[in-house]
Design a protein. Structure first.
Length: 402
């Protein structure tokens, strides 16, 4: 509860008038002081009345791509029975306040407000709670209360269509790594039976036709598994415009594009960040969005990798943080194709990324916002220089060597 400047002035006047009236026996001043005190007391009682309101909000939709329209539908209902609610209300939407008309809201009635949610920037936009201010008729006292819960609107990075996808990598017993078509354990050829072959591999129809036992020879063709690593270190994205690192935003768009292309092709994909926040899982998420380990703090856990990209932020960390992340990648060997997305500040760290080529047969680096092209063949990597997410998509489809 807060007393306004008018209320403070009237309260001081009441004290002064009462003191002077009693001290010098002026009944007129005493009456005026008493009236001022009664007015302040009435204001306190009036503002302390708590209206019975229920607040419901629905995001339409609650997940959008950057720049797409989104709206919040807010319904305020007066569940009281005695009097109408004469209030001032504001709903918090991101960093701005939206006025909500609840003047003379009768008992049992409701009012609905629909307003746009800003989606110009990627991120999680918190909407709510509704802040209701109760004032007395004289404007002496104001009391603000919150109603309803906070609801997030997830603004995903833009997705740029990618037509090319990596091929899988099959490892033979002699240690060679060969590119193979998409698939799993598949038929390759038939050969004559030798002692020790499993009978379940005998191809009985062919054996009956040729008159001797023939067995199937299979080849292990593994599905390509993509590992997308987003470098969210502030040191990797030093250039800012109004506090926003456009190279990092472009990296988020590229990560979303690769993840979406992998899901479209039913390929396993993992998404990780170099410097996870304390509440984020250190192992990232798989293609379904489930955390590998750990949890996520906030209003709502991310449903999929796009949610995680919407919530991604720059974090402190230098070369030691990158080394720790690359060590985990080398130990875990999460896939056969690694896509590392970073900014101009990490150009000197590409040698560390190139050291992963022993664990990952294909390593592609997306470099965003660099003032000049990256030297060809740096650490034996495939480097894609791009100004933004759309440029990355165009260059990605032109990659001939995975």
């Amino acid at each position: 509860m807060g007393i306004t400047a008018r209320g403070v002035g009237l309260l001081v006047a009441a004290v002064v008038l009462l003191g002077v009236g009693f001290r010098y026996a002026y009944p007129e001043l005493t009456v005026l002081g008493a009236a001022a005190g009664v007015a302040v007391g009435y204001a306190l009682v009036t503002a302390a009345w708590r209206p019975r309101l229920t607040v419901e909000r629905v995001a339409d939709p609650d997940r959008v791509a950057r720049g797409e329209p989104a709206a919040m539908v807010l319904t305020v209902r007066n569940t009281g029975r005695l009097r109408a609610a004469n209030l001032l209300a504001e709903d918090r939407c991101g960093g701005r306040l939206v006025p909500v008309p609840v003047l003379r809201l009768r008992p049992g009635r409701d009012t609905e407000v629909r307003y746009p949610v800003p989606t110009r920037r990627r991120g999680v936009v918190p909407v709510g709670p509704l802040r209701v201010t109760r004032r007395d008729p004289l404007g002496l006292v104001a009391l603000a209360r919150s109603y309803g819960e906070m609801v997030p609107v997830w603004v995903h990075p833009r997705i740029h269509p990618l037509s090319a996808v990596p091929t899988g990598a099959g490892r033979s017993l002699d240690g060679r790594v060969d590119s193979v078509p998409h698939g799993s354990i598949t038929f390759d050829s038939l050969r004559e039976y030798v002692v020790g072959d499993e009978l379940r591999r005998v191809h009985w129809r062919t054996s009956a036709r040729v008159g001797e036992l023939m067995v199937r020879e299979n080849v292990d063709t593994s599905l390509p598994r993509l590992v997308v690593v987003l470098d969210n270190r502030a040191a990797a994205h030093p250039d800012r415009d109004a506090g926003v690192a456009e190279s990092f935003e472009s990296g988020c768009e590229a990560a979303a594009s690769v993840v979406a292309a992998a899901i479209r092709e039913d390929l396993p994909v993992s998404l990780l960040v170099v410097a996870p926040a304390p509440e984020e899982p250190a192992g990232g998420t798989d293609g379904s969005g489930s955390p590998r380990r750990g949890g996520h703090a906030g209003l709502e856990a991310p449903r999929d990798p796009l949610d995680r990209l919407a919530a991604a932020e720059l974090a402190d960390g230098g070369e030691d943080v990158l080394r720790a992340a690359l060590t985990r990648l080398r130990q875990d060997r999460l896939g056969d194709t690694l896509v590392f997305l970073t900014g101009p500040g990490a150009r000197g760290d590409l040698g560390h990324v190139g050291a992963l080529r022993g664990a990952y047969p294909s390593v592609v680096v997306g470099m965003f916002g660099a003032p000049e092209p990256t030297a060809a063949g740096v650490a034996g990597l495939v480097v894609v220089d791009a100004a933004d997410g759309a440029g990355f998509a165009a260059e990605w489809d032109g990659i001939r060597r995975w």
